[in-house]
Ligand binder design. Structure first.
Ligand code: PEP
Length: 257
């Protein structure tokens, strides 16, 4: 049986400039080191704004930190006349490991479609980045279609045409739970997590389904993380607001304690 290392991921959104990022990452590393956090049992990743990534890379490599990092978006294109876009190649050169793709804020505020998400997932993989593919239903979807239908449909498009052994992370983030303080229940996260794992099995392979981390996201805090992590189809969390508070984020990482 393949072991899935839990992943706690912090999405900073448009917060913390490159100087604040350095101070934050340093303090987070101290806090986790003081607590003797074992990064091999729970992986930690942060997703700062693009303009912070070079500074984060410098700090992480100089201090040999085990904190992984990634970007919050990536272009579907490699290079060229795409003003304002960032290539996966540039992110890979900064030693980014992950990239968030299809966050609900990109979908709703920037009109990203399922096809855009699929193109970005392919671009990320091409450049050796692991896509953190975000899916989730709005409150209206939930009422009309139930909980799993929309995230399942979104994930099918995102995984279409990938190799059977593609390395991806899936983040189930009900839109109604993001930044609302109203998290889904662990049971809800488990139900959708299981449905999403079945999509990975069908679209990629049984091995990929066994290896793929499925995260829950939406108002995760130190007080509710343990309940999610007890579920067999929840392999970590994508944390927004609470990832900006070092003590709170460290407590989420240390949910087993
Ligand atoms: C997010 O935006 O990915 C998220 C989960 O936000 P929050 O934790 O603030 O609900």
């Amino acid at each position: 049986v393949l072991k899935r290392t839990p992943l706690i991921a912090g999405n900073w959104k448009m917060n913390l400039d490159h100087l604040q990022a350095i101070a934050f990452v340093q303090k987070l590393a101290w806090s986790l080191n003081d607590a003797k956090h074992d990064f091999s049992t729970v992986e930690v990743a942060i997703f700062p704004p693009f303009t912070d990534l070079r500074s984060v890379q410098t700090l992480v490599s100089a201090d040999k930190l085990e904190i992984a990092y990634g970007a919050q978006d990536v272009s579907a294109h490699d290079s060229g006349a795409y003003t304002g876009e960032i290539s996966g190649q540039f992110l890979a050169q900064l030693d980014a490991k992950y990239v968030i793709i299809g966050h609900s804020e990109r979908r709703t505020l920037h009109g990203e479609t399922d096809d855009d998400v699929a193109a970005k997932v392919k671009a990320a993989i091409k450049h050796g980045l692991v896509p953190v593919i975000c899916v989730g239903e709005t409150a209206e979807d939930l009422e009309k279609h139930g909980q799993s239908a929309v995230p399942v449909a979104q994930l099918k498009v995102a995984l279409d045409g990938l190799k059977a052994d593609a390395d991806v992370v899936v983040a189930y983030e009900p839109v109604w739970a993001i930044g609302s303080g109203q998290a889904a229940t662990p049971e809800q996260a488990e139900t959708v997590g299981a449905a999403l794992r079945a999509v990975v099995a069908e679209s990629l392979s049984a091995d990929a389904a066994a290896a793929t981390r499925i995260l829950y996201g939406g108002s995760v805090k130190s007080g509710n993380i343990a309940g999610f992590m007890r579920e067999p189809n929840v392999d970590g969390a994508l944390v927004g607001g609470a990832s900006l508070d070092i003590a709170e984020f460290a407590a989420i990482v240390r949910y087993q304690k």
